[in-house]
Design a protein around this ligand. Structure first.
Ligand code: BES
Ligand code: ZN
Ligand code: ZN
Length: 477
């Protein structure tokens, strides 16, 4: 796809998109554009409205933004235009950007337009390609200002998010641990980051006992993905960030099988997906930060070989873990991911992201992720980054009184308190145990926000939560 700046619409032929802030006044000022006057009674830029008009053979799409608009609403508004007006759109688009629009707003609009091309019908026979996916697709920005750099960034963000939509929405018989490690290798090759993968044998030799226990019941070989991005341009005192994402390609619960339904559990690699997407985006934007990322990928299945409740397993850190519940598997793969990251790479900042507990969904529902950290600076930076891109997060405590929930009689630690209370907190305390008292670690429990309902499909589907948030956080460091 191409981007272009044009000064006016003379000689333009294609779809013209005109975002309009709410202008309705008592004296009814009509919106005038290209010789057309829209009566204010019909359209005055109200939020969630649009107006279509054919002028000189060009389709004009007026998009109502309301009086003010935040990043997420703007992005969704433009996703809606691209997704729902598909038949009216052409592969040549002009986006009219009067001076009042900020770079962030332009970014949200353009990312949104591209996200609107997403088609959940991966396996449908009669798929009709979106006009924006045409190889000749051109986005012309009608503006006095130069928004091209912003536009190209917006495209990169949307590309990474679309990639993660695919990873999370594709079924678990497609997205196996091997699929994710192949994706990582191919993406690393294309965007410029190093990828190393430990399969079963290498993980066994390395001593990743907690990680391997989870995958024991599956035919699909676990894959421990290690990625490294080093900026081409070396800068003095370069920051080093470590990321870890839960990559459970399907969570049956294991022998503590999920009885309340497991149909959505292909989303249990969404934290890992967010880390993979963030790596693509960080490399694509060539951020000046060194990033090491780990995505431990395994399928939590039921089999004679599955790990057992009451098993004691040996983690990479050297600490033993008593298994109380095989459905608390995410924290096991993350424990080894965090220990491996800290021991081998010693990053300055660490963020892990995981669809970890139903408890976090109970607390925050589907609009906000749970944030755990003892580092005030990180809490602020993560929340500010989230607010800027419409990915909310809010803190829960890591007080040591909750440590007793994971104290085991037989081993160093146990993977579940056995009590149906404070589940997100005790899971976070379990992870903290494996961070070797690192002073800049944050954990994001995204069980409620990674996979959700919206207007774009009948069933729950991927949100790509975390891709932009993690990238923005790293960019803002
Ligand atoms: N993958 C689930 C958590 C989850 C819940 C993800 C809802 C997405 C949506 C996790 O592995 C799990 O099963 N957690 C259990 C832990 C419990 C057994 C200690 C839970 O939260 O119920
Ligand atoms: Zn589980
Ligand atoms: Zn899980």
């Amino acid at each position: 796809m191409k981007t272009n700046t044009i000064q006016n619409l003379t000689n333009f032929s294609g779809t013209i998109i005109i975002p309009v802030f709410e202008t309705y006044e008592k004296n009814i000022v009509p919106i005038a554009f290209d010789g057309l006057e829209i009566p204010a009674k019909v359209f005055f830029g109200k939020k969630d409205t649009h107006y279509l008009a054919e002028i000189k053979d060009n389709l004009h799409l007026f998009v109502g933004l309301g009086k003010t608009v935040d990043y997420k609403t703007l992005k969704t508004t433009f996703r809606r235009i691209a997704a729902k007006q598909k038949e009216h759109l052409s592969a040549n688009v002009a986006l009219v950007l009067p001076e009042q629009f900020t770079d962030d707003q332009v970014e949200a609009m353009i990312s949104g337009l591209l996200l609107g091309t997403y088609d959940l019908g991966h396996f449908k026979a009669d798929k009709k390609a979106h006009p924006f996916l045409d190889s000749d697709f051109t986005l012309n920005l009608v503006s006095e200002k130069d928004h091209l750099a912003t536009a190209n960034k917006a495209i990169k963000i949307a590309k990474a998010q679309l990639g993660v939509y695919n990873l999370v929405d594709l079924p678990p018989n497609t997205v196996t641990p091997k699929y994710l490690s192949t994706w990582a290798k191919e993406t690393g090759e294309k965007y410029g980051f190093e990828v190393k993968v430990l399969g079963y044998d290498a993980s066994k030799i390395a001593g990743l006992g907690a990680f391997l226990a989870v995958g024991k019941g599956s035919e699909n070989e676990p894959q421990f993905i290690i990625m490294n991005y080093t900026p081409k341009q070396k800068v003095k005192s370069m920051k080093h960030v470590g990321l870890v994402g839960k990559g459970i390609t399907f969570d049956t619960g294991g022998l503590n099988i999920k009885t309340a339904g497991m149909v959505h559990m292909k989303c249990d690699m969404a934290g890992g997906g967010a880390v993979l997407g963030a790596m693509q985006l960080i490399a694509d934007l060539q951020l000046h930060v060194k990033v090491t990322a780990i995505v431990p990928c395994a399928e939590n299945s039921v089999d004679a070989k599955s790990f057992l409740p009451s098993d004691v397993i040996h983690s990479y850190s050297g600490h033993s873990i008593e298994i109380i519940d095989t459905d608390a598997e995410g924290r096991l793969v993350l424990a080894d991911g965090l220990s491996y990251l800290i021991k081998n790479f010693k990053p300055e900042y660490i963020v892990d992201i995981a669809t970890l507990t139903g408890s976090s969904v109970g607390t925050f529902g589907y609009e906000c992720a749970a944030l755990f950290t003892n580092n005030v600076e990180m809490a602020k930076k993560l929340q500010d980054s989230g607010d800027a891109v419409g990915e909310r997060l809010w803190p829960l405590p890591l007080w040591d009184v909750y440590k007793q929930d994971i104290e085991s009689d037989i081993a160093d630690v146990k993977n579940y308190s056995g009590k149906p209370v404070a589940g997100a907190i005790s899971a976070a305390k379990f992870l903290e145990y494996f961070t070797q008292e690192h002073t800049a670690w944050a954990h994001l429990d995204v069980a409620g926000v990674a996979f959700g309902d919206d207007e774009f499909a009948k069933s729950k589907h991927a949100t790509a939560y975390g891709v932009h948030l993690l990238t923005k956080f790293i960019e803002n460091l």
